[in-house]
Design a protein around this ligand. Structure first.
Ligand code: F6R
Length: 359
């Protein structure tokens, strides 16, 4: 909170100003973000139709791109301490050669028109794997219907990156019905409570002086954001990068400890480092050595970096810890967009590339 009589930071005032928000965000991304907890609750009821019985697979592949791939990353991160089969997130055409009989392939594309996900679905049919589609329709939806493959039909009308709840929670149900261990209901309930509290704390009505996401956006300012996660939160750092790129239209960097200690850390040299802002995504459940590495990273880059911020996960269970940091990143990228004066919703370049590839 600002001190009485302290000068008001005009950048903070702009983030608090509803007029700025309605000018730059006419489609209402803030409203969609605020409803994220409700989306997660609704998404828990989404099931594949037909709901065919699945045997326990030896490998699970979640095939998708961009916002539709993140469900796979979250799945392996939140269930990785229980799962005895690998969960691969496949971003690209076709499928890895390891996919064959005994593999469960989940082709995820919010729009249903992403060629890579469609190609993965076709490759799964050819390889004789069990294959499901998660989509609101499009070509993938039509393919699933033609082959009578189980389809989780998602509500439409959102940019895919804002449909994370819809894209992630049905995966938990699919894994559970295949006999694989997933976070217990108490952990899921805790995660929903945590994001519900954050929706209020990080939403536009919470003033910059008390709002962690606005505060982070102001700290980052015009510098290039570099998000670092730990062993569990590396995928979250990547999601921060893509949210900042799509929403704020700014390049961002993502990395993870311990890997970045073995390469990227060498690149933090003055004067270039002065134009970067590191955001350390900390997790209360992180391995003590990861904590030491974060401290060391801060000591090494602190003197040369343009800035260093730290954000901590909330909650006890893995799911709450992961979702809380993802959600904080979504809101931070939203305020970075407003700070830069751009519409967070529109992604015209990305869409133009897709259009040209469709020919
Ligand atoms: C846009 C977004 C993108 C898309 C990606 C794949 O909001 O998040 O990263 O997710 O282009 O499209 P879909 O998700 O429709 O398969």
């Amino acid at each position: 909170m600002s001190e009485p009589g302290a000068a008001v930071d005009p950048r903070a005032a702009a983030l608090d100003d509803p007029a700025v928000r309605s000018r730059l965000d006419p489609q209402g991304m803030a409203g969609v973000l605020s409803r994220f907890p409700a989306q997660c609750r609704e998404a828990q009821a989404l099931r594949p139709v037909p709901d065919v019985p699945l045997g326990p697979p030896r490998l699970v592949v979640v095939a998708g791109m961009g916002g539709s791939a993140v469900g796979g990353d979250l799945l392996s991160a939140c269930a990785g301490d229980r799962l005895r089969v690998p969960v691969l997130t496949h971003r690209g055409y076709g499928l890895p050669a390891a996919a064959g009989p005994g593999t469960l392939v989940i082709a995820a594309s919010y729009s249903g028109d992403t060629v890579e996900a469609v190609s993965a679905f076709e490759a799964a049919l050819a390889a004789g794997t069990v294959v499901l589609a998660v989509t609101q329709g499009g070509r993938l939806g039509a393919l699933a219907a033609r082959h009578q493959a189980p389809l989780v039909r998602l509500p439409g009308g959102l940019p895919p990156r804002l449909a994370l709840g819809y894209l992630f929670f049905p995966l938990l149900g699919i894994l559970a019905s295949a006999g694989l261990p997933t976070p217990p209901p108490t952990e899921v309930a805790e995660a929903l409570e945590v994001v519900e509290a954050l929706a209020v704390e990080l939403g536009p009505a919470a003033p910059a002086g008390k709002n962690e996401a606005k505060h982070l956006a102001l700290e980052i300012g015009d510098r290039t954001p570099v998000a670092y996660g730990g062993q569990l939160t590396g995928a979250v750092a990547y999601r921060w990068k893509t949210d900042i790129e799509e929403n704020a239209k700014r390049l961002a960097v993502a990395g993870a400890l311990p890997e970045m200690n073995h390469n990227e850390i060498e690149a933090w040299r003055a004067p270039e480092a002065g134009r970067l802002h590191a955001i350390l995504l900390r997790d209360r459940g992180e391995h003590p050595d990861i904590g030491r590495r974060f401290d060391l990273l801060r000591a090494v880059i602190g003197p040369v970096a343009g800035g260093v911020s730290e954000a901590w996960s909330r909650g006890e269970g893995r799911l709450a810890r992961l979702l809380s940091l993802v959600y904080l990143g979504q809101w931070t990228s939203y305020y970075l967009a407003l700070g830069r004066g751009v519409d967070p919703w529109a992604v015209p370049v990305l869409e133009e590339v897709k259009r040209r590839l469709r020919g």
